[in-house]
Design a protein around this ligand. Structure first.
Ligand code: XBP
Ligand code: MG
Length: 327
């Protein structure tokens, strides 16, 4: 498809400080953690995947720290006080594809509308968008596709920033209009976790502007720590978002479980040392999840036909215990 080069505009630069979750309207508990100095997404490909941490028997958990090599989160991880007990204390959820099906009919049309508004003759169809999901971060995704279509790399980066700013505003509108529902069975699963005293956190590579209202809309004000693409230097598949979520929780990886929907996300979660349950969707069902503790087609009984039934808090506790017992 031919793409016209629109006139360049001034480079977009977002806010320089990330608002803490607890500062947002109706936010959960005060004292949530804030992160200063947001990352300006670069056009670089996310860092290399990091081997999953192995061999942390529960008896040793109190003495161990999250061990992640080769990421910008090393210092943060090293500063983490670990208080893991070997039992499941927190679940860290991905957002896109995991809490709701937001990619195909959410982000994709918002990108397409932004292309139109910026005079870029580009329209991502369902299949092409699926292939682009390997590139995390909307700005990087747009820039990579423009470069693939022959754009000058600097032009592509600048225009992608403008397009992504517009796309983010459009997506925020869609989120605030209540356009997205939780995946079937998610509400019951989260309710069971909260009832069991398990803490809830979020680690997404999407932008904070829409991620905070979307998460609140989907699961309410139960989130204690929320890491978004604004807070990390490296997007998934780098483990940084999960490492920072663990730091915010004050937990060792062995005390938490990740919920993901994609291969890229599962690589990030397992790279942070987390036992990971994957709930697949239309875009991710055939991806490689060999490092995951459990792979399900969804949370609910219907989606989990032929399996052991819906994903419950007790099942998550059992999967987590078995994962660490078998290390
Ligand atoms: C998914 C992503 C994001 C979204 C688009 O993140 O990679 O880039 O596709 O959002 P996750 P932005 O599965 O980790 O939630 O345009 O804000 O990047
Ligand atoms: Mg996802």
């Amino acid at each position: 498809m031919a793409v016209k080069s629109p006139p360049l505009r001034g480079g977009y630069r977002g806010a320089s400080r990330v608002e803490p979750w607890s500062d947002t309207p109706n936010g959960p508990p005060p004292g949530g953690w804030a992160v200063s100095g947001r990352h300006e997404h670069s056009s670089q490909v996310a860092g290399p995947s990091i081997p999953a941490r192995r061999g942390a028997p529960s008896d040793d958990v109190r003495r161990k720290r999250v061990a992640v090599q080769g990421t910008g989160a090393d210092a943060a991880a090293a500063a983490t006080t670990t208080v893991g007990t070997g039992r499941l204390e927190a679940v860290i959820f991905d957002v896109d594809g995991t809490l709701a099906d937001t990619e195909r009919d959410g982000h994709r049309p918002a990108f397409n509308e932004a292309f139109r508004r910026h005079g870029v003759d580009l329209d991502w169809d369902v299949d092409h968008y699926g292939s682009l999901l390997r590139i995390t971060g909307g700005h990087r995704r747009v820039a990579a596709d423009l470069k693939d279509r022959g754009w000058d790399p600097d032009d592509a980066d600048h225009v992608a920033l403008d397009i992504h700013k517009t796309k983010t505003a459009l997506f925020v509108e869609r989120v605030k209009s209540g356009a997205f529902d939780p995946r079937p069975g998610l509400t019951e699963f989260v309710g069971g976790l909260v009832d069991a005293g398990i803490r809830i956190a979020v680690a997404t590579t999407g932008r904070r502007d829409w991620a905070v209202p979307l998460v609140r809309h989907l699961i309410g004000d139960v989130v204690e720590v929320m890491i978004t693409g604004d807070e990390v230097e490296r997007l998934k598949p780098d483990p940084e978002a999960y490492v920072l979520a663990l730091q915010g929780l004050g937990l060792d990886a062995s005390a938490a479980l990740a919920l993901e929907d994609s291969g890229v996300g599962a690589t990030a979660a397992t790279g942070a040392g987390l036992a990971t349950i994957v709930v697949t969707n239309g875009y991710t069902a055939t991806q490689d999840f060999s490092a995951a503790a459990l792979v399900l087609p969804g949370y609910d009984e219907g989606a989990a036909q032929g399996d052991a039934g819906p994903l419950t808090a007790q099942r998550a506790i059992d999967v987590h215990a078995a994962w660490w017992r078998d290390r």
